[in-house]
Design a protein. Sequence first.
Lengths: 174, 181
Amino acid sequence: MEPDKELVEKARCGSVACFEELVQRYYEDVFRFIVSRVGNRQDAEDITQTAFLNVYKGIESFDTRYSFKPWLFSIAHNSMVSYLRRKKPNEEFYDSCCPRPSHEKKVDDADHAELVWRAARKLAPDQYSVLWMRYNEEMDNRTIARAMNKSYANVRVLVHRARNNLSRILNEEK
Amino acid sequence: MFCKVYRWLIGCSVDDGRGPGRMTSAHMRNCQGCRRYYEVQFEADRALKKGRVPQESADPMGPRAVMRALPGKDAALRKQPAHLRGYRRWAIASVFVIASFSIAALIFSRGLSPEPAPHEITKQQDLPEFALPSRSKIDDVMIRYSIEKELENLSSDIKSVARFFAEHSDSLILTEQTGEN
């Protein structure tokens, strides 16, 4: 498999096939990130596609010294934030496609994940994106800082606050 | 008092996946707020680590939709590679620099050429007004030219007087001795 850096270089020089390869490689990751926050599959598809179009438009400005994935996630985050500003997330739709696990029955791991990330959706978009990049994409704080265009210390503060708020939300839901 | 600092340290220790340090632990024994903060951070971290992503799969046609929607796919993906685009920029810049140097050299060479004589200036009357030297410059040249002519005339007069004295010196001395005018 060709590394991201080479694909990006070729896409910058005009290779549509290489850009398509990048889309194929990361579409699923970006979609999961967005759908988990937005809660609506159709909107998530739209936002994901918008994010990739923005990547295409801005690929010339991408600094190839850095990793591609954090940059892609920063664009996805920005696309998601502009969507959330326009529209409130559709809670009903999300509930219909992913039913809320009940607290009465025994909560298994999948349900637990569902609970945690559902609660995380109530966080501010910045805090949510930071948690996602850290716990799902397993990026380190420096990479997240570069992706979010924030300082290293600022990212740490965001992570601490996000964990604190998440814990509070989980306790409120119990 | 130092709770802010300790809470920052607690958060960092949870980030790094290690237990609180010796001083933080000592502080937590006496501070219930910080102990609670540690529990919250630790629980949330554990929940997030355990609670990996709900597996939502994307529409398999999604990537194709992106490729179809690319703006001006043929035109936007430039025919010229990126590294050549840099050369073109340099070529334009160098042409611009050469042109500006040539113009500057032309202007300076005009400025350093000897000033024309008044009759040359008058010959240039056919030129458009912007191409003619300024009025004060013409006056200056005219004055200097007339002074030079005057001096030339004066020197020729002095020379003729001297010649006259040289030729008639004997008769003049004789006239002085006899007291004739």
